[in-house]
Design a protein around this ligand. Structure first.
Ligand code: ADP
Ligand code: MG
Length: 266
């Protein structure tokens, strides 16, 4: 076993198949520290997420929330600490292997193909189609059509399948991108400020969307908007200076004097 590495294909496949959930935890992050030019963006951050949990992360600008997601998806490497997902050490995997293992991440700005229709955007997100041209010829069999139809409905785009992504509203683009991630059937979905720039109505519908898609997966959502957080009624973790300040229900964390101080001081 000691001579095996995660680059060994067989080991990687075996580890994924094993799906060890570590005492009921899907994700276990322990003591993460990341420095940029001596500044600690993350400082001994420890968080764990249970299967099917919907966790909200809040915290002032610069708290390290985005950096945390960057580590989870392999975009940034930690200096110290460990990240275990289904018992697998994610730091040993490439970004592509992390996606394959079931982690899907949405960045702050939507990244959809503006000149393609909603349907085509969904089609190119099907994991077997790796490049735009290859997957445009992806056979539109009935199972694929059904799956895309179900997801389009979940993200409120069932009537927009023929619309070019570039013509969607900002909120609809965000929903499209969430749908594109859902096609990969992730076990852990990471969303960075999905309601930023949305209208109040779109925010409400996004809260509804998250509730709809939650079964069968864990979701970590970074968000500032308290009305939105209230609507999804989940456990909230407050980050500050690269570490966890507290975790609890929204009303608990809002009452916490340390949280009040951080937000008043900000
Ligand atoms: P948040 O998402 O909570 O607003 P970030 O994770 O984006 O916070 O940033 C945390 C801190 O790390 C900020 O001070 C930011 O300027 C710094 N930072 C993030 N990424 C980099 C980077 N690639 N290089 C240098 N500094 C960075
Ligand atoms: Mg951020």
């Amino acid at each position: 076993m000691s001579t095996m590495t995660y680059d060994d294909h067989g080991y990687f496949e075996a580890a994924l198949g094993h799906c060890d959930t570590m005492d009921g935890k899907l994700l276990e992050v322990d003591g993460l520290t990341v420095s940029f030019d001596g500044f600690k963006a993350l400082d001994n951050l420890s968080v764990s997420i249970a299967p099917e949990e919907l966790r909200v992360i809040i915290g002032p600008n610069g708290a390290g929330k985005t950096t945390f997601l960057d580590i989870l998806c392999g975009k940034t490497e930690a200096d110290v600490g460990s990240v275990k997902f289904k018992g697998i050490d994610l730091s040993k995997l490439t970004q592509y292997q992390i996606v394959r293992s079931g982690v899907a991440r949405k960045f702050q700005t939507p990244s959809t193909y503006e000149d393609l229709s909603v349907l085509e955007n969904f089609e190119i997100s099907i994991p077997t189609g790796r490049d735009v041209f290859g997957s445009l010829f992806f056979k539109r069999n009935s199972a694929v059509k059904q799956r895309i139809g179900d997801i389009a409905e979940q993200v409120f785009l069932q009537d927009n399948l023929r619309t070019k992504a570039g013509q969607l509203s900002h909120g609809q683009k965000q929903w499209l991108e969430i749908g594109m991630l859902l096609i990969q059937e992730p076990t852990l979905l990471l969303l960075d400020e999905p309601v930023a720039g949305m209208s109040p109505r779109e925010r409400e519908r996004t809260a509804e969307l998250l509730q709809r898609i939650a079964p069968g997966k864990s979701i970590v959502v970074i968000e500032h908007d308290m009305e939105f957080v209230k609507n999804i009624a989940s456990t909230v973790t407050v980050m500050h200076h690269g570490t966890v300040l507290c975790t609890g229900s929204l009303s608990d964390v809002q009452r916490d004097p340390r949280v009040i101080e951080v937000y008043l001081g900000a």
